[in-house]
Design a protein around this ligand. Sequence first.
Ligand code: CMP
Length: 144
Amino acid sequence: MNTTFSLIKPSAMNHCEEILMAIKTGGFSILAMKSQHLTLSQVKKFYKEHAERSFFEPMCERLTLGPVLLMALYEHNGTDTPLRFRALLGATNPKDAAPGTLRQLFGVDLDFNAIHGSDSDISAIRELSFFFSGIETGLLFNDS
Ligand code: CMP
């Protein structure tokens, strides 16, 4: 699949422009983008696969501390775009992220890792559909 979903977290919104430049330089284009202040209920649904983890509640609350930037990204003639975009992000924990990756540059630690990216094609379809309508992205995964 040549599309993926990404979200700049509230703690990194002050670096939005640099992150967008790096995404573009990394070979990804923006299909749709919007800023939103998410509710706790939205975030809990979005991260529901982590619901049983000890860090779930504080992680969700951190995502409601300010606006986020929601992005539908694509690569022209790309495949495995979710995985390729995760390579640009770097390791989930910025302390383990390779130099030059977005989380190494703009994240602090596991709690403040700057940016989220879908971890598979299936997650990307779910996450894109969660935040964007088919009209906004031009992607028709279902009836949205
Ligand atoms: P993200 O890529 O948005 O996906 C889930 C988030 O959970 C992850 O970024 C981290 O911010 C957070 N996370 C993952 N593992 C841990 C952990 N062990 N402790 C705290 N937060 C975590």
